[in-house]
Design a protein around this ligand. Structure first.
Ligand code: SF4
Length: 180
């Protein structure tokens, strides 16, 4: 019997974590990514429905006080304006780190996309764009196109089994929480 789509998604997520960790190790000399650097989180991010479902399941395992914090943060002007993810705390850390979507796990290092190589401009500061592409070894690069293809398959399976929108904003994971 094949695993349920949520379990399947978590397995993909764990594999991506392994590849992302290898990429970070291979590119470590040029990366300044660190806890508190929250440029990737200053937006209202969306993700596949299965990813929001995984976030929802995670949120419901949190203590009531943390759930209340998240629910209250949903009313923060920056969150309402779409300038801050609802899971970003005031110290620049992620309140849903263990369950954050795959896109959040691949920001920063150089990755391959359909449009070519992409990386955070804060990294590789001492290199030109050409030098970045030439010097980062292929073995330490995550192929985001392949990841997204696999993720889309799992997300479609989840949608066929459970319904819901193809994509949703991450704050939808807080829908239905009890009032603080
Ligand atoms: S889920 Fe976490 S890592 Fe992803 S954008 Fe929100 S705060 Fe940032």
């Amino acid at each position: 019997m094949s695993p349920d789509p949520l379990t399947e998604y978590r397995a993909v997520r764990d594999r991506v974590d392994g590849f992302a960790a290898a990429a970070e190790e291979g590119q470590a000399a040029w990366l300044v990514c660190r806890r508190g650097c929250d440029g990737c989180c200053r937006l209202r991010r969306s993700a596949f429905g299965v990813e929001v479902e995984a976030l929802r399941a995670h949120v419901r395992t949190l203590p009531p006080s943390r759930q209340a914090t998240l629910k209250a943060r949903r009313a923060h002007p920056d969150v309402i304006a779409g300038d801050r993810c609802v899971f970003l705390d005031d110290a620049g850390a992620c309140d849903a780190y263990a369950a954050r979507p795959i896109i959040c796990r691949t920001h920063g290092p150089l990755v391959l996309t359909e449009e070519g190589a992409r990386w955070c401009g804060l990294n590789f500061a001492e290199l030109t764009d050409d030098e970045v592409v030439q010097r980062v070894p292929g073995a330490a690069v995550l192929d985001l196109t392949r990841v997204n293809t696999l993720l889309a398959v799992v997300a479609a399976r989840h949608r066929a089994a459970c319904g819901g929108p193809e994509r949703a904003p991450l704050d939808a994971a807080l829908d239905g929480l009890e009032a603080p």
